[in-house]
Design a protein around this ligand. Structure first.
Ligand SMILES: [Zn+2]
Length: 241
């Protein structure tokens, strides 16, 4: 079974800026965060409550169709909403209209923006629906921060070599936030096939097995180079034989 990640920039190479990113403003209203039904820990960010006021940051002069938001929310335009509602794909619900309060233009966007501001909506994903297989993903955790709950599988991840979904935990939902790997929007093959038949801008789908991540904050260049070669959890400084 193939799974894909919805992403708006190629964060593995640090290139390929999106056209548009969004922020909530500082008077945003937040509700409760979803909790794990087994261990009761917080699993995702707090729920965004209406009014859905957004600020857009433009890196080109073209408004994006699909914008990755925060927590369980995506910002989508009318073309996505209409196309998605014609499918029988599951996992995403349009919960309201987003109101663009402010637009900040960077770089190329200083040239004239193309067209009027699109009508945007907030689309909320389901949480859960499948969990990451940490072993097959090659996840390494910070000391003492391994997952202790087999449902949410939350730990403080230092690195993973790929993202492998534990198929035995998947309920068939087409787009969702997987358990155990915060902030990654996961989609099914069915979603990918539909996505490929549309031409949505600003986001792309990458095979989940191509995703990898390495938390190098606070490491010296020597330590980072060593751990890239020997694995994130290799002891540093190296033990002498
Ligand atoms: Zn849990």
């Amino acid at each position: 079974m193939n799974f894909y990640l919805l992403t708006e920039r190629d964060w593995m190479r640090g290139t390929d800026f999106p056209d548009t990113v969004f922020f909530t403003n500082d008077h945003v209203t937040l509700g409760d965060a979803p909790r794990c039904p087994v261990c009761n820990r917080y699993c995702e960010g707090m729920e965004w409550l209406p009014p859905y006021q957004i600020e857009l940051e433009m890196f080109t002069n073209r408004f994006g169709d699909v914008i990755v938001g925060t927590g369980l929310d995506l910002i989508v335009d009318e073309s996505f909403k209409i196309a998605f509602e014609k499918t029988d794909l599951t996992g995403l619900e349009i919960i309201g209209e987003a109101e663009v309060e402010r637009i900040i233009c960077r770089r190329k966007a200083r040239k004239k923006l193309i067209g009027p501001i699109p009508k945007y909506y907030v689309a909320r994903m389901k949480y859960g629906c499948a969990a990451i297989d940490h072993e097959k993903s090659g996840s390494a955790f910070e000391p003492g921060k391994k997952p202790i709950c087999d449902y949410c599988r939350l730990g403080r991840i230092g690195a993973y070599r790929k993202i492998v979904i534990d198929e035995s935990t998947w309920d068939g939902t087409d787009i969702f936030m997987a358990r155990g790997i915060g902030g990654q929007i996961t989609t099914s093959q069915r979603f990918k096939d539909w996505w490929d038949s549309c031409n949505f801008t600003n986001c792309k789908l990458i095979p989940s097995e191509e995703a990898h991540w390495f938390h190098d904050a606070g490491m010296s260049p020597e330590e980072k180079a060593y751990k890239m070669e020997h694995g994130w959890d290799a002891p540093w400084p190296p033990e002498e034989n």
